[in-house]
Design a protein around this ligand. Structure first.
Ligand SMILES: Cc1cc2nc3c(=O)[nH]c(=O)nc-3n(C[C@H](O)[C@H](O)[C@H](O)COP(=O)(O)OP(=O)(O)OC[C@H]3O[C@@H](n4cnc5c(N)ncnc54)[C@H](O)[C@@H]3O)c2cc1C
Length: 461
């Protein structure tokens, strides 16, 4: 597709839609929006615009549609697959100024949000009302970006991904029309489910300008446990056992010995060495939790656990899960000279032990630094293997390893991307994963965005 570049006249007309101070064609603003947190190459947009309302977004998109210019939505740019990189230039819409919590209806467990709301800030506000928004990706992220990527995190095993928390959307379509889809009822059988076509569409079908999200009451009591194992496969079998027993953990995370070493070095947390499982449970009372944690210990021991530390207090639990949350950032910080490529696959939970054993064995074939970790409870595996940026052969080794792991996940009935989205990096696997149905995705894209202006160059090979 041949797109038009933004010229001075476009910049002036777009500036008149918003305000001159909310559009920039300057080098530094454009460079800041040329790249996400992945290692994919940067592409500089022609202009960055900070809209304040749905109507402004609609006018900008309508202008871009007439002038055949790409429009890419931008939350925090924390994606790991190149999802918001403006590969064809054009306009980047940065939602950081459209960040109002429009309403919290605590009696319905719902909130209406603008797309630039950051989920951590939302949860800080909600804490005082005893509620929270459960999806928790490991970086600061906006609601718009989480909807774009259908983000999830360590609590997904119990509460689901972003998709499971979106009830209603206001969306600007590719020609500038604004539509409202979904409703505020907790169930509905009313027609096609348009809401969930937009969730996970990475801004390629429409631009989300408002969302009604489901909230969850904060449980009364929490407890956590850490178990270490002789091998990754035994740890994974324990994870399967805990799920099979219906213990309903809030989080069930796997960390390889390299991750445990990093956590202990960087955060001063001393835990047994070896592959480990972090588990968190929540419930109505301390006695209920004591039973749950004891049952989980039995399962871990049956699967060869060498050490099981249970019932750890709130401070230590918070410290452990903060460390788990910041693991990705710790890895990036610890290897500034290396290219970060995070494998992100998910498999059915019964296949999790085989998948983790495969990823562990394959990654041990290289001598490069490696970190294997996983939102184990939902069969989602991340492997980071780090090649030096200036060593082509190391980068190729990492890419081939990533490819083998993705192919294995698909073979086991899983997916090429559990939570990071397709972006640029996973496009090559779409045919393999979706077969003929990829053509139907293309038709949906063509229906919503016939000129292909919304975040072009993503999802499709
Ligand atoms: C250290 C680290 C750890 C991470 N851990 C996790 C994790 O555990 N789980 C997980 O799921 N992800 C994780 N991520 C990836 C990333 O943080 C999430 O995908 C996050 O949801 C992206 O949000 P964002 O606001 O940064 O969006 P961006 O990266 O800015 O955008 C994401 C996508 O959404 C689109 N988009 C943005 N706003 C809108 C809008 N208003 N309307 C339509 N489309 C829009 C963009 O065009 C893009 O395609 C991690 C990233 C890092 C750096």
């Amino acid at each position: 597709m041949e797109f038009n570049e933004i010229n001075e006249r476009d910049a002036a007309e777009l500036g008149a839609i918003v305000a001159p101070q909310r559009i920039s064609c300057g080098e530094s603003s454009c460079a800041l929006h040329s790249k996400d947190q992945s290692s994919h190459r940067a592409y500089v947009p022609g202009a960055v615009i900070w809209p304040l309302s749905a109507e402004e977004v609609a006018k900008i998109v309508s202008y871009a549609c007439d002038r055949l210019m790409p429009v890419t939505a931008w939350g925090m740019g924390s994606s790991l697959e190149g999802n918001p990189i403006p590969v064809c230039g054009g306009i980047v819409l940065d939602f950081s100024m459209m960040n109002r919590v429009l309403a919290i209806r605590h009696e319905d467990f719902q909130a209406d949000l603008e797309p630039g709301v950051i989920y951590q800030d939302l949860n800080e506000t909600l804490r005082h009302q005893g509620l929270f928004f459960p999806p928790d990706p490991g970086a600061r992220a906006t609601i718009g970006g989480m909807i774009g990527n259908n983000a999830s995190g360590s609590r997904t095993v119990r509460y689901g991904a972003t998709r499971d928390h979106i009830m209603r959307l206001k969306v600007v379509l590719a020609d500038g029309e604004i539509i409202e889809i979904g409703n505020r009822a907790s169930k509905s059988s009313s027609g096609y489910d348009l809401v969930h076509i937009f969730v996970g569409s990475e801004g390629t079908l429409g631009i989300v300008v408002e969302a009604t999200v489901k909230l969850t009451p904060i449980p009364a009591e929490f407890s956590a446990a850490v178990a270490s194992f002789p091998s990754a496969e035994e740890a994974a079998s324990a994870v399967f056992g805990i799920r099979r027993a219906g213990l309903d953990p809030v989080a069930l995370e796997f960390l390889s010995p390299e991750c445990m070493e990093l956590v202990s070095r960087e955060q001063g947390i001393s835990i047994a060495s070896g592959p480990a499982v972090f588990a968190e449970f929540a419930g109505p009372s301390a006695s209920y939790l004591a039973e749950t944690v004891a049952y989980a210990e039995e399962i871990c021991r049956e699967n060869g656990s060498l050490k099981y530390e249970a019932g750890i207090g709130r401070d230590r639990r918070d410290k452990l899960f903060r460390a788990r949350h910041s693991l990705g950032e710790m890895i990036i910080r610890s290897h500034p000279d290396r290219k970060i490529m995070t494998t992100d696959v998910a498999v059915p939970i019964s296949m999790f032990p085989s998948m983790i054993a495969f990823a562990d064995a394959e990654s041990r074939k290289t001598s490069l630094p490696r970190y294997l970790f996983s939102h184990a409870g939902d069969g989602n595996i991340h492997l980071v293997v780090l090649g030096r940026k200036d060593r082509e052969s190391e980068i190729r080794t990492v890419e081939e390893l990533n490819s083998r792991i993705v192919m294995k996940a698909i073979e086991l009935g899983g997916t090429a991307t559990g939570e990071h989205g397709v972006g640029i990096g996973k496009r090559i696997f779409m045919e393999r994963e979706h077969g003929k149905s990829l053509e139907w995705m293309r038709r949906i894209k063509g229906l919503f965005d016939p000129k292909g202006i919304l975040n072009p160059g993503k999802i499709f090979p």
